[in-house]
Design a protein around this ligand. Structure first.
Ligand SMILES: [Zn+2]
Ligand SMILES: [Zn+2]
Length: 389
């Protein structure tokens, strides 16, 4: 577990490193554009009906007005109360170069923190192996005193093992959360000036196909590794982001899954797959009321979505609102009368309402389609017991 997290950290910073390369590439792009600009492609003002060249840029931190201004804009004296922050257009390249430098330095600093972390981690691992794991060949060279000490140590390892795992996994989890939170707070996915080139999009799609294939084969951890690469090539590949969320859910990491799904929903609030996945995660976290909010959103987009209808029914049953649950399950069954999940859920609700015979009738319908449906078998048994009392 901790080892995996370190790999995650490394991937994370590898990704940052790649962004650095991208920054350098975009610098080149910019120089090319600038050369174009010196030719005849000057930036034109797009405010109102202005057709003039852009003359000034406002760099004021708190400015709410449009930052690029032409002669006509400037006559309106918009940036007057912070005119010290207004510079000529030719300051732009310097500004961008400086910002790129700040960005590179930040990434270098972050890299060095994780590098230190990695060194300490390697030291810890080496230490553990050195002390607690001895080769059988070495055994013959040990004196009985040394062997006695070895046994004393190893016996304590069994006791320490649990707490070492707990400490490291808690800290690793914290750090992972911090990365994810920062990713969201800095809104690293929502900006409109980064163009992903077509070959990166294609690579990202190919990697998604591989990742999804691994997802279908239930190799969720491997799938995540591939999907991470896909996301690296195109950070806005919803399919990969969503599939990663689904993998995390399958690995029972519901909170991490929700944090990935939120990334998609922050860009595209109507992404039905992510809405549904989030609803599933909340249900698995036993947060039924919150889950219903998201299932309702899915149903607002697609009112005939059987899965959402039946999930909503299950959530309501867990909230002991049996009649309401049956209302939604009936809607699911009106669309798909053979939906085993809805049939058995309806049986479970009727049982709670003490309508045992009715319940058995619906459970039998579920079992006629899937005779091995564990939940339906169990509920039917309970009903029979309750009827015989
Ligand atoms: Zn203008
Ligand atoms: Zn301004």
């Amino acid at each position: 577990m901790p080892v995996n997290n370190i790999i995650v950290f490394n991937n994370y910073f590898q990704q940052k490193q790649d962004n650095k390369i991208r920054t350098q590439i975009s610098k080149l792009d910019l120089q090319n554009k600038q050369m174009g600009q010196q030719g005849n492609q000057k930036l034109k003002c797009q405010q109102d009906d202005h057709q003039d060249d852009i003359e000034t840029i406002c760099y004021n931190q708190f400015c709410q007005d449009f930052r690029l201004n032409c002669f006509k804009c400037n006559k309106r004296k918009i940036h007057l109360d912070h005119s010290n922050d207004v510079e000529k257009i030719n300051s732009l390249i310097g500004f961008i170069e400086n910002t790129n430098k700040v960005c590179d330095n930040l990434i270098d600093d972050l890299n060095s923190y994780v590098e230190n972390l990695n060194q300490s981690f390697s030291q810890l691992k080496r230490g553990i192996r050195l002390k607690y794991s001895i080769q059988k060949e070495r055994l013959i060279n040990l004196s009985s005193k040394q062997l006695h000490d070895y046994l004393n140590s190893t016996i304590t390892l069994i006791e320490y093992k649990q707490s070492v795992k707990q400490i490291i996994s808690a800290q690793a989890k914290k750090l992972t959360h911090t990365f994810n939170n920062l990713y969201e707070q800095l809104q690293l996915l929502s900006f409109n000036y980064y163009q992903v080139d077509s070959s990166s999009i294609k690579l990202s799609e190919d990697l998604y196909d591989k990742g999804f294939d691994l997802f279908l084969k239930t190799n969720y951890s491997e799938a995540i590794d591939i999907l991470d690469m896909s996301i690296q090539f195109n950070p806005k590949n919803y399919l990969s982001l969503g599939c990663k969320g689904a993998c995390l859910r399958k690995l029972n990491k519901y909170e991490d899954a929700i944090s990935w799904l939120n990334k998609i929903l922050s860009i595209n609030p109507k992404h039905i797959f992510s809405i549904l996945e989030k609803g599933k995660c909340l249900r698995l976290l036993n947060q039924y009321e919150d889950a219903i909010i998201w299932l309702d959103q899915a149903l607002a987009i697609d009112p005939k979505h059987v899965f959402s209808l039946s999930q909503k029914g299950e959530c309501l049953r867990m909230l002991k609102k049996y009649e309401e649950a049956i209302f939604w399950l009936d809607q699911a069954l009106a669309i798909d009368p053979k939906d085993v999940f809805s049939l058995s859920e309806k049986g479970a609700c009727l049982r709670q309402l003490n309508k045992y015979e009715d319940a058995i009738c619906w459970l039998d319908q579920a079992l006629a389609i899937n005779p091995k449906h564990v939940f339906a078998i169990k509920i039917k048994e309970f009903c029979k017991q309750e009827l015989s009392q």
